[in-house]
Write a protein that binds this ligand. Structure first.
Ligand SMILES: C[C@@]1(CC(=O)O)C2=NC(=C\c3[nH]c(c(CCC(=O)O)c3CC(=O)O)Cc3[nH]c(c(CC(=O)O)c3CCC(=O)O)/C=C3\N/C(=C\2)[C@@H](CCC(=O)O)[C@]3(C)CC(=O)O)/[C@H]1CCC(=O)O
Ligand SMILES: NC(=O)c1ccc[n+]([C@@H]2O[C@H](COP(=O)([O-])OP(=O)(O)OC[C@H]3O[C@@H](n4cnc5c(N)ncnc54)[C@H](O)[C@@H]3O)[C@@H](O)[C@H]2O)c1
Length: 148
């Protein structure tokens, strides 16, 4: 993807859905929670790293009716067909991240540091998530050292 534009999305009164409850979902939920967002999670199983008190869990496989009122959707199952179906089902008001296919996503997630009102994000335009993670860790140390 070449045309990417970073923004802070206003999600007041709009809910977020995570479909799938595995390792990748756990990482995305952690960041949502850091930002004070309690997502709806649709998944028959939950990774133990997911804090159940910080989500609204629907213990079932994906059906569109569970997510039709949600604004932002993170398609995080380990089934590429299901993740793609979530994007196909989405209305024009919904924005979808398909974790198994960059080209099938409306947006990418960013490595995110949250320190009260300060939010620092890192993106590699989808090229190297591991690099984004590394730069985030360096920035975390810098913020701490410099007391910024
Ligand atoms: C930044 C972060 C935010 C977050 O999602 O939390 C994030 N990935 C993170 C971590 C991470 N992801 C992966 C590893 C193992 C890497 C390794 O070991 O090499 C690790 C490291 C770890 O887990 O430790 C593997 C991976 N990631 C993607 C694919 C598929 C693909 O490339 O298409 C695969 C291969 C899957 C496979 O195995 O096939 C795709 C995406 N990952 C993105 C974001 C988006 C682009 C970000 C950007 O522009 O830089 C994008 C495009 C879509 C999206 O998900 O939005 C988070 C930072 C962690 C932090 O903050 O600490
Ligand atoms: N974008 C990223 O950051 C990134 C990073 C690594 C891997 N991936 C991709 O993410 C996918 C998921 O990886 P993972 O490690 O989280 O897998 P995982 O096996 O840990 O978790 C998969 C989850 O999906 C759920 N699930 C399966 N079918 C479902 C359905 N029909 N409806 C609802 N939930 C369903 C399972 O119950 C489980 O909770 C992989 O396919 C991988 O290619 C993406």
């Amino acid at each position: 993807m070449t045309s990417l534009y970073p923004i802070m999305l206003n999600l007041a009164d709009q809910a977020v859905g995570v479909i799938g409850g595995g390792q990748v979902a756990a990482r995305k939920i952690k960041t949502l929670n850091l930002l004070g967002i309690i997502p709806v999670v649709v998944s028959p199983q939950l990774n133990p790293q997911i804090n159940r008190s910080q989500i609204k869990w629907i213990a079932d496989t994906y059906h569109y009716h569970y997510v039709q009122d949600l604004r932002l959707l993170l398609a995080c199952t380990d089934n590429r067909r299901v993740n793609h179906q979530i994007r196909l089902d989405a209305s024009s008001k919904q924005i979808v991240n398909n974790v198994s296919d960059q080209q099938d996503s409306d947006f990418f997630n960013m490595a995110t540091i949250v320190q009260s009102d300060l939010v620092v994000t890192v993106s590699t335009r989808g090229h190297s998530p591991a690099r984004a993670k590394h730069v985030k860790q360096v920035l975390e140390r810098l913020l701490q050292q410099q007391k910024l």
